[in-house]
Design a binder for this molecule. Structure first.
Ligand SMILES: [Zn+2]
Length: 243
């Protein structure tokens, strides 16, 4: 478990500590990857124990739809961004190479969990999450951008995420800092760097970026490395201050 470094309880899980067998070994929290449902249920329960609250895990569609969770443990609608302002609600973003991103707004206490891969960066999943958090402020509070903090979790890095040249150009046109290259010099995308840049542009004074590459670090799930595999999670709990 990796501390997200935010003012409320928030962390990123890894592969270890779960009930799943290979190729999902062992703490897979995704229901859509072919793992045994009983094992996923046990893993999700274990992550909820760590969170101290039943985690609502998002069901991603590689889009920018936002869903608000209003009750602890509620099954959210299909969306890549979950938000809540209800104390005791825990949100979980699942990923394996894509970025799990967690956000906290100190002004309202609201939190967000985001799943963002290439499509999320291209289409603006971070922007959608910030808009949802700002919607929860009063008009007067909305004029300022202080109090926003974010944490970018383990994800495939800019040296490993090789893509076709046209795809790199399409994303880099909108997000110049996403432009990257592999060690061999072929086109690549640096999604965590693009997200960090965008968060800065949106007024985030505090951005934690965990420089852990899921493709290189076998403690994490990597879809590109392993194909059929599990998913780890970024989890954030509303209303539980830790700093
Ligand atoms: Zn890497």
């Amino acid at each position: 478990m990796l501390d997200a470094g935010l003012p409320v309880r928030a962390f990123f899980t890894a592969r270890a500590g779960g009930a799943s067998a290979l190729p999902y070994g062992t703490l897979n929290v995704a229901t859509h990857v072919g793992d045994a449902p009983e094992a996923v249920a046990r893993n999700r329960a274990a992550v909820s124990v760590l969170a101290g609250a039943p985690v609502s895990f998002l069901n991603a569609e590689h889009g920018i739809r936002v869903a608000e969770v209003t009750r602890p443990g509620e099954e959210p609608a299909v969306a890549d961004v979950l938000v809540t302002r209800t104390p005791g609600v825990a949100l979980g973003a699942i990923a394996a190479d894509c970025m799990p991103i967690l956000m906290h707004d100190a002004v309202t206490g609201a939190v967000a969990a985001i799943h963002s891969g290439r499509e999320g960066v291209r289409r603006g999943a971070v922007d959608a999450a910030v808009a949802a958090l700002l919607d929860m402020r009063t008009p007067q509070q909305r004029r300022r951008r202080d109090g926003l903090a974010a944490s970018i979790g383990p994800a495939i890095c800019g040296r490993c995420y090789e893509v076709p040249a046209a795809m790199r150009e399409e994303v880099a046109h909108r997000h110049p800092t996403a432009r990257s290259a592999t060690g061999a010099g072929t086109p690549a995308l640096d999604l965590p760097r693009a997200a960090e840049t965008r968060l800065g542009e949106l007024g985030f004074a505090a951005v934690v970026r965990h420089r852990v590459c899921t493709y290189e670090d076998e403690r994490y799930f990597s879809h590109r490395r392993d194909g059929v595999t599990g998913r780890h999670a970024g989890v954030i709990v509303c209303g539980v201050s830790v700093r």
